[in-house]
Design a protein around this ligand. Sequence first.
Ligand code: WQD
Length: 337
Amino acid sequence: MNVLLTGGAGFIGTHTAVRLLAAGHDVVVLDSLVNGSAEAVRRVERISGRPVPFYCGDSADAILVDKVIADHGVDAVVHCAGLKAVGESTGQPLRYYRNNLDALLTLCEVMEARGVRRLVYSSSATVYGDPAQVPITEDMALSCTNPYGATKLFGERILGDLAAAAPEWHIIALRYFNPVGAHSSGLIGEDPQGVPNNLFPYITQVAAGRRDRLRVYGDDYATPDGTGVRDYLHVDDLARGHVAAIEHLGAAPGYRAYNLGSGHGVSVLEAVRAFERASGAEVPFEVVERRPGDIAACYADPSAARRDLGWTAVKTIDDACADSWRWQTANPVGYGD
Ligand code: WQD
């Protein structure tokens, strides 16, 4: 298929592009570079040995999106573009609602006008809020605890209503748990701007000596070692999930949402120890107060994706640590652009 990949210059997008190309699809990338890198797209070409046309722009730009779809004969879209920092969204709600919802609505309108109605949408486990139980299945209650999560929840609602009104749409929402790791080549990986919000890039930078120590946000949760438990999914497994979804779309009219997670819960301290094993570096830490809005435990029941999409995670937390370390040591300052 000819796939338009929005956000294709970002962490998830670049790894998804590599897997789409490896599966024989053609990929054209649209990315505003607000949280992505043009160099990363060039490295995707280097890894895949295939050209990747790249447009620097906003997915809310209807004229640009229409031109890309028309010029490249796009027949399916993977929509990864979006602002995704929970804490930032709390301080900038209007920016998050405008950016994330405007882009999705514009994209769907332009796709409809062009008769392109196959869409894979980047959603998030954050739509489960503070789950009543774990592991989490897709039929569990949805809620939002921050503006970022609300944009994901509203996005799913928009797409569900669209597919209900127009059954010729084939839409899959992928609820990412916690993407971590990097491509095994060390050429692409996670390159957060400024101080990382998320655990894995922060641990990586502490191990590399870019940060003095990790602050563990609380060790008094109702978890085995008291620290937060999450479902850390290798980004390459996540990328394969997008390929499985887009290749399943033809047989799947309407709207469906799937969890993409490993199905295993890992605590902060377990992640630290795994990273120390993989890197041979020390990760000094201190336990501090809980981070507002954090929940104790969140991990997936990924059986629906296995049943319907034939997808399951195959890489481990140790693989993710080793790949993150290789990326960090080969790119001490990320992509540098
Ligand atoms: C993981 C664990 C922290 C940093 C967020 C978004 C979610 C998704 C993934 C977009 C928690 C602890 C973290 C640190 C720490 N993003 N931690 N010290 O919060 O589970 O999910 O990112 O879709 O929507 O909510 O990920 O990596 O921030 O935190 O102790 O410096 O690590 O308390 O237990 P989170 P995270």
